[in-house]
Design a protein around this ligand. Structure first.
Ligand SMILES: C[S@@+](CC[C@H](N)C(=O)[O-])C[C@H]1O[C@@H](n2cnc3c(N)ncnc32)[C@H](O)[C@@H]1O
Length: 357
């Protein structure tokens, strides 16, 4: 079913093109001095060891975050923005698909994502992001309802908390409707799509606006021999698919986009028209008796960003759908080691099951 010949170009961190002088950072440099320069808008290039860059970043973090209150979500965002800009002025040289610094981590993505460039520079946070993503990719993640670990491709959204996945998997196990075809909108690493296949759906059409997510899903499908049952396409909502389904599932971003949101992440923040576009289109994608399942959470409300709930709003004013049921599950503690912010204590995830009105 999947179109294997279609070659999708992945998004990757863009190499930095410097058009200004940069100061050099080495073991001999004073990290505090380097951190100050980065905050002043200067660029620095690490010259010797990976740990030199880590020491500067750690100093920068101390300077910027010291004494700031994490509980104040909005104010803390400004501080994070300051750190984001300053830390992204610290640069790392890459040569022959490897970090050109002593004692650096091996990051396989440098080879996979940059086959066309030999020598370039990335920012330190970009390198850290690539490294962390590579570690997740190597290790893979075991998800509820899946037999095989998923090894997400770089830049793909993959859940690290499983409450909504358990909610959906439990719902799927008691679902008694037809299972000829399903659509997974905003598939990310494909976890919901693969859960549906495991629970007996014959075929799943998966979409995402992120090309890396589509690569990730295709790779997992090939590895697990499911390529013939999952058709993943780069697509804004349903755009690239024209089939109808017995079940459409959507785990959308849970926070409304804000003007000043840094490096807006399309897996976390939704644009103002996303739900209106989804609800106006999804009806035409349902077979007779078809249902829609939306996974959502009260995160936006509990962190004080917005009390608007897009599903409740649709049910109240849209006139297009009616509720079959809603299930809730309290978000459990991530781990004893993780200090949980206050708002997380009140967080829960929701599964909304709808049918056309
Ligand atoms: C919260 S993640 C959910 C991923 C996955 N379904 C899961 O449950 O783990 C939301 C996903 O929706 C995708 N997305 C956001 N806007 C979209 C749109 N307009 N069309 C298709 N996908 C979209 C994002 O790229 C992201 O992968």
């Amino acid at each position: 079913m999947s179109n294997r010949s279609e070659k999708i170009k992945p998004d990757r961190p863009e190499p930095v093109r410097l058009n200004t002088e940069a100061f050099s950072v080495s073991k001999q440099s004073d990290p505090r001095d380097a951190a100050q320069k980065l905050q002043n808008g200067e660029y620095g290039v690490v010259e010797d060891r990976f740990s030199t860059g880590m020491a500067v970043l750690s100093e920068l973090k101390k300077c910027i975050f010291r004494g700031k209150n994490k509980q104040d979500f909005a104010a803390y965002r400004d501080v994070r923005s300051l750190f984001y800009h300053a830390s992204n002025r610290l640069l790392v040289p890459v040569e022959n698909n490897q970090i050109a610094l002593k004692k650096s981590p091996e990051i396989g993505w440098l080879k996979e994502l940059y086959p066309d460039i030999e020598t370039f520079m990335l920012t330190f946070p970009q390198i850290q992001g690539l490294n962390s993503s590579w570690q997740w990719h190597l290790r893979g993640i075991e998800y509820p309802g899946l037999k095989e670990r998923i090894h997400p491709f770089y830049g793909t959204y993959f859940p690290t908390r499983f409450d909504h996945l358990r909610l959906f998997y439990n719902w799927l196990r008691q679902y008694s409707g037809k299972k000829t075809a399903a659509i997974d909108v905003g598939t990310g690493c494909g976890v919901l799509a693969f859960q549906m296949l495991n629970c007996g759906f014959e075929n799943v059409a998966a979409t995402d606006i992120n090309p890396n997510a589509i690569i990730s899903v295709k790779q997992h499908a090939e590895k697990t021999g499911l390529s013939d049952r999952i058709d993943s396409k780069l697509s804004d909502l349903f755009e690239a698919h024209n089939q109808k389904a017995d079940l459409v599932v959507f785990n959308p971003p849970w926070l409304p986009a804000q003007k000043d949101t840094e490096g807006l992440d399309g897996a976390i923040y939704y644009e103002p028209d996303l739900f209106e576009r989804f609800f106006s289109d999804v009806r035409n994608r349902l077979k007779e008796g078809g249902r829609v399942v939306i996974l959502f959470s009260n995160l936006a409300e509990s962190v004080g960003i917005s009390d608007e709930h897009p599903v409740k709003k649709e049910l109240q004013y849209g006139g297009r759908f009616k509720k079959i049921g809603v299930q809730k599950r309290k978000v459990v503690k991530a781990s004893k080691k993780t200090k949980r912010r206050d708002h997380r204590k009140r967080e829960f995830v929701e599964l909304w099951e709808l049918e056309p009105a």
